[in-house]
Design a protein around this ligand. Structure first.
Ligand SMILES: Nc1ncnc2c1ncn2[C@@H]1O[C@H](COP(=O)(O)OP(=O)(O)OP(=O)(O)O)[C@@H](O)[C@H]1O
Ligand SMILES: [Zn+2]
Ligand SMILES: [Zn+2]
Length: 890
């Protein structure tokens, strides 16, 4: 049978021997491809049909035949379903749709994160994949007269139709329309091997073409009018290449003027494919830069990596990590392979996408969940074509179905947005990337100015032994490297032991295929190399960080939210023609509002949190908004408790800071950059472009502006209050605060003018503040690691968080209690149970939340509880999420 697999190529014959045969099993769970259906359905397997997990099937569903993916065999049908009510699988449409490594990846995600396989498939596949694919029937070889002598009329009719068709090929739907009982007829012909059935992936919608203008003149033209000259100048300033419509708009010119220029041979106008992504702005082509010594060593190491070896690229802010990625990818593309680049949030880094586009043009494709279903789908299909390409995407892009993967890069690998909190699977893209690299046998690069403790610990030993100080790492093949790795405690143990060490027991969750085999690739133990870019490009210094003690400011009579140092720096900004960034931890105006008379704090009716006050400018509506459930109401004139008109605002958000700037420095232009001002599509790009074009002096924003912003004219960074970041109730608060503040500070002084960072805080002696001030990564993480070890927190130990929620307060509390006592019966020396405890914010959007935290020491082989049993303790009105390696404990 011929099918189409994920590589988009037709594969002849089945994948022999990979999946175990399942002849004695008759019940099959499938994922039905029908919009709105969430569940797994059980079907009967007819005796004559052999099915493997991962096959594409057609099954009866309601009154229709629909596409489905075979998930796994089960020994018994569901208890609440009488076996004779269960319908039978109609047919196998395509075998081997998922390449083995990809199918294995999905299974591993399901197993490690204790989720049904279907949940892993959903996160990977674009919506409606099967629905849009078309089943087709094709004749096999020459049909000898008379072979159909014993066939039913339907089969005969189909055979005749196919023979009359020049390509001997029809869609199944067409045959159904033409022939009665086409289903049976096709089955018959398939059994006789006269026809084959295959799944044709839908054709890509035709690329949109648009006219582009390219400058070809030398700049010495004489025979043209000044108007035409002006147009050429605009074109030259745009990098010599622009959409025709854009140029006409910019110059206010007519198409005939352009035509004249074309006739004179100064420009070329041609149709070009319009990129489907919203960032489809043409980028002026860009040449590889001459690398610094540290960059060259990094590129050299990465391009020589063996198998699925990893690199931690630890480069200070502005050290040119992106250029390393670009030059490491170029040879991959030349080898006809593809590269996958994961970034925390795509909208926030239009600059990064632009750089890739400038270097690799249309080979770059952007994939993330904010694309519309259609865009996601098209991009997905495009990847299958197997052309060498660079896919840039957010966490879900780790599942991008690139057939010939040559390199995976995680930029800002420390960023917590690589972790999915909900819905299940609660995967971390870095963990999945490690598996994917192993399964595809391709190298993995983790890049950051502030590596996560997880990555630091893994690379530390080998880094010290080998590549520290930028020596090329050695021992990738040798026994030493292998020993080194084995001594390291992996913070993310794989659910299956892949190492050539004795097999260790691992939990197998209840809902995965238990009968697939490992490993597909020649498994090699990955080595992690440590590479550092310790200096900024052109040896520019890291900006000095001045810590300002805000307690002292108050003592000395300054009640403003800005210290005197920051006020002065802001004052000088315009005069010097420089730009600045103000970082505020929160959006909105104030964190909470309380009544001066009775002390009442205004709270969200649906959550146990205070409402934030939102007010952008004079005359704008004054709102109270919940940052957890988005509830909003207008700001009351009087306290709802006591009627007092004296309501006071506490804490400052971006809006308040913006208002203060307007009041104190009316001449300073600013752009507010937070999730309120960037809601619309493309808003990030628009605001950042305005700022880059110096249409404003200041950018005022939250977390969002900490990432990847590279603007040479930014010299001043003001952190309005660091304290909001420092005191979050989470064991990772310090690590996160250090990373965020270092990244923010790193935006300053990236050009010729030196940078300056003013960090305001009420706790200037806090270790995080001190480490940021001294740009002291290593000292900070080593101290932090000691604490983690002392308390068995990751990366030293592992955590599993059980999140329970319900609209009924008592139901969730009782369930949490029941689960905890069940778990306590299981307790072994390798793990510890914390809780049950109410979540930090007990109620969000009217749901009460409880949690139980399992701490597992990684130096012991944990025996994990029976999750099925745990789930069965949950009544219908309580939902349970098992979050493996949770990042967010709040
Ligand atoms: N070899 C080089 N020669 C000249 N300029 C370079 C070179 N490499 C990088 N650059 C430039 O240096 C600047 C900083 O590089 P880049 O943005 O890649 O740094 P980064 O390490 O990713 O920083 P961050 O982590 O702060 O985002 C960019 O403007 C880039 O174009
Ligand atoms: Zn009151
Ligand atoms: Zn709320």
């Amino acid at each position: 049978m011929v099918g189409v697999n994920l590589t988009g190529r037709s594969v002849v014959a089945e994948l022999q021997g990979y999946y175990q045969s399942q002849t004695n099993q008759r019940w099959l769970e499938v994922l039905v491809d029908c919009p709105g259906t969430q569940e797994v359905y059980t079907y009967k397997l007819p005796a004559q049909l052999t099915v493997q997990p991962g096959d594409i099937l057609s099954v009866p569903f309601g009154a229709n035949q629909v596409g489905a993916i075979a998930l796994r065999f089960v020994e018994h049908p569901p208890v609440d379903l009488s076996p004779d009510k269960i319908r039978a699988v109609e047919d196998v449409v395509s075998r081997g749709f998922f390449p083995p490594a990809y199918w294995e990846l999905l299974n591993r995600v399901a197993a490690y994160y204790y989720t049904p396989l279907i949940a892993a498939i959903r996160v990977a596949l674009p919506p409606g994949l099967l629905g849009r694919s078309q089943r087709r029937i094709k004749l096999v070889g020459e049909i000898k007269p008379g072979v159909d002598a014993f066939c039913t009329p339907a089969a005969k009719e189909i055979l005749a139709l196919l023979q009359a068709q020049p390509n001997k090929d029809y869609s199944f739907i067409y045959l159904q329309r033409q022939v009665r009982n086409a289903y049976r007829g096709v089955r018959e012909l398939l059994r006789l091997s006269l026809v084959e059935s295959y799944l044709e992936p839908p054709r890509l919608t035709r690329p949109k073409l648009q006219k582009a203008v390219t400058l070809v003149s030398t700049g010495l033209e004489r025979d043209i009018t000044s108007r035409q000259q002006e147009i050429l100048d605009v074109l030259r300033r745009q990098g010599g290449d622009i959409w025709l419509s854009e140029l006409l708009r910019l110059c206010n010119a007519s198409p005939s003027t352009l035509k004249t220029l074309e006739q004179k041979g100064y420009v070329v106008i041609e149709e070009r494919e319009m990129l489907r992504q919203e960032q489809g702005v043409l980028q002026a082509a860009d040449e590889p830069k001459t690398l610094t010594a540290a960059q060259s060593r990094a590129v050299e190491t990465i391009t020589q990596l063996a198998g699925c070896d990893r690199v931690l690229l630890h480069g200070v802010t502005g050290s040119g990590k992106t250029e390393v990625y670009l030059q490491a990818i170029a040879p991959i593309l030349r080898q006809g392979k593809s590269a996958l680049v994961l970034v925390p949030e795509i909208g926030l880094t239009p600059q990064l996408t632009d750089r890739f586009r400038a270097r690799f043009g249309s080979k770059v494709c952007v994939y993330h969940s904010a694309l519309s279903d259609g865009e996601r789908y098209d991009t997905w299909r495009q990847m299958l074509l197997g052309e060498p390409q660079v896919v840039i995407g957010t966490r879900s892009a780790i599942f991008a179905p690139l057939p010939r993967l040559g390199l995976i890069i995680l930029d800002e690998e420390h960023d917590s947005s690589f972790k999915q909190d909900s819905p299940i699977p609660t995967y971390h893209a870095r963990t999945v990337a490690q598996w994917r690299a192993e399964l595809e046998n391709c190298p993995l690069v983790l890049g950051s100015a502030t590596p996560s403790l997880e990555s630091w610990v893994i690379s530390r030993e080998q880094g010290r032994a080998g590549s520290r100080g930028n020596k090329r790492a050695e021992g990738a093949e040798g026994a030493e490297g292998t020993e080194g790795e084995r001594n390291l405690k992996s913070p993310h143990p794989t659910p299956y032991t892949l190492h050539p060490t004795p097999h260790t027991p691992h939990p197998i969750p209840e809902r995965t295929t238990t009968n697939y085999q490992l490993p597909i690739t020649n498994y090699q133990l990955p080595t992690t190399h440590y590479l550092s870019l310790p200096e900024r490009i052109q040896s520019r210094p890291l900006p000095p960080v001045e810590v300002v003690d805000m307690r002292q400011e108050i003592q000395e009579g300054n009640r403003s939210i800005f210290s005197r140092a920051l006020l002065e720096a802001l004052q000088q900004l315009q005069a010097r023609g420089q730009q600045g960034i103000l970082f505020i931890h929160r959006r909105g105006h104030s964190t909470f509002v309380s009544c001066r008379s009775c002390g009442n704090v205004l709270e969200c009716p649906a959550c146990d949190v205070s409402l934030s006050y939102h007010h952008t400018e004079e005359g704008a509506p004054q709102l109270l908004r919940c940052h957890y459930c988005n509830y909003s109401q207008s700001h009351p004139r009087n306290c709802p408790e006591c009627g007092s008109p004296y309501l006071k605002f506490f804490g400052s958000g971006t809006q308040r800071v913006a208002q203060e700037i307007t009041r104190l420095f009316p001449q300073l232009q600013f752009i507010r950059f937070d999730s309120d001002t960037t809601r619309t599509k493309g808003a990030h790009r628009t605001l950042l472009t305005q700022f880059a074009n110096r249409e404003a002096d200041l950018l005022i924003g939250t977390q969002m502006l900490t990432k990847g912003l590279d603007l040479p004219q930014v010299t001043l960074i003001g952190v309005v209050a660091a304290d909001g970041l420092l005191h979050l109730p989470d064991y990772r608060a310090a690590e996160r605060a250090f990373q965020t503040l270092t990244q923010v500070a790193g935006r300053a002084g990236r050009g010729d003018d030196p940078g300056r960072v003013i960090l305001q805080t009420y706790t200037p002696d806090h270790p995080v503040i001190q480490a940021v001030r001294q740009h002291e990564y290593e000292g900070f993480v080593e101290a932090e690691l000691q604490q983690r070890v002392a308390l068995n927190y990751p990366p030293h130990g592992r955590l599993i968080l059980l999140r329970l929620s319900s609209v009924e307060a008592s139901a969730v509390e009782n369930t949490a209690g029941a689960i905890a006592s069940y778990l306590n019966n299981y307790i072994t020396p390798s793990w510890e149970i914390l809780g049950p405890a109410p979540a930090n914010i007990l109620r969000v959007a009217n749901r009460y939340r409880w949690q139980i935290l399992l701490k597992i020491a990684t130096d012991l082989q944990p025996v994990l509880p029976d999750w099925q049993q745990v789930r069965s303790l949950c009544p219908n009105n309580v939902s349970l999420t098992i979050d493996v390696d949770p990042l967010n404990l709040m």
